[in-house]
Design a protein. Structure first.
Length: 282
């Protein structure tokens, strides 16, 4: 039996606090669930531990950008809050997860669901990333099949994913089939967070701007977050020194793990001036 202490919302996501005993149990369940799901989770889903994370997704996508003429980038709208509980449980049964683990996952989903909608999952929970990987496995399987038959390529990080194709026709086919899978899963793509076109136009993925045969740069979304978080930090600490440290760490993270693929012509002082020029300091 899981024991829930309280719930709250932050940045559009529902978070929970479990009792200490429940937190310990969920950490154990996470290990067991991963072992049982591991054979079924796609290597192209990179947010799972051991699958490479954000930086692998960006490196792989940049390499594909250099070799494919067409790309589609999508983000599932309200991913965590849209997940259907019955679909999750059916997928667990399909992949032969043990009944004891399925029972705990069912509680994990239903206890914070105060309005009994049968939808939604908490963010930040021990098993939430695994369920986030599980939910779109039908899409992962579809894209793996299309890779074998049409030569497309695909990469996913949680609910952000890209599809590369050698021709416009093959990209359209992949997108049409993608929508059918998402309909079955009762989720939809965010209409304002998608791009469909040629790779030479460039596109935003996981905080980076990708163009063929050009260094990676921070996307406008990433720069906007830098400004917003810098402003929040300054409001809390009123310390320019602390803010400079944050911007320096942000830049280090931006370059790290990408094996020299980023554009380093703009150094720390350029980004520091960018932060100051965008009215972080009044």
């Amino acid at each position: 039996m899981l024991t829930l202490r309280n719930t709250w919302f932050e940045n559009g996501h529902k978070f929970v606090r479990w009792s200490p005993d429940t937190s310990g149990l969920l950490k154990h369940v996470k290990t067991v669930l991963y072992d049982q799901l591991k054979p079924h989770l796609s290597r192209r889903c990179s947010h799972i531990k051991g699958h490479g994370g954000v930086k692998l997704s960006v490196r792989y996508s940049q390499r594909l950008c250099n070799h494919f003429g067409y790309v589609a980038r999508f983000d599932v709208r309200s991913y965590y809050s849209s997940m259907d509980h019955q679909i999750i449980l059916d997928l667990l049964r399909q992949y032969q997860v043990t009944p004891a683990v399925i029972s705990i996952v069912s509680e994990y989903l239903s206890l914070p669901n105060h309005n009994k909608s049968g939808k939604g999952m908490v963010a930040g929970g021990a098993i939430s990333p695994l369920i986030g990987a599980l939910y779109l496995t039908p899409l992962d399987k579809l894209m793996e099949d299309l890779q074998a038959t049409t030569g497309i390529r695909y990469q996913r990080y949680m609910d952000d994913y890209v599809i590369f194709a050698p021709t416009r026709h093959k990209l359209r086919k992949a997108i049409k089939l993608m929508y059918a899978v998402l309909d079955d899963l009762k989720v939809e793509v965010h209409p304002k967070k998608r791009f469909i076109g040629t790779t030479r136009r460039g596109f935003d993925f996981l905080g980076y701007w990708l163009e063929p045969h050009r260094p990676l740069t921070p996307s406008q979304v990433s720069l906007t977050r830098l400004i917003d978080r810098s402003r929040q930090l300054l409001e809390r600490t009123a310390s320019i020194t602390r803010l400079r440290q944050y911007v320096r760490r942000w830049l280090q993270w931006h370059h790290s793990g990408l094996r020299g693929l980023t554009d380093k012509r703009r150094g720390f002082e350029w980004y520091w001036r960018y932060v100051l020029d965008n009215y972080v300091v009044s």
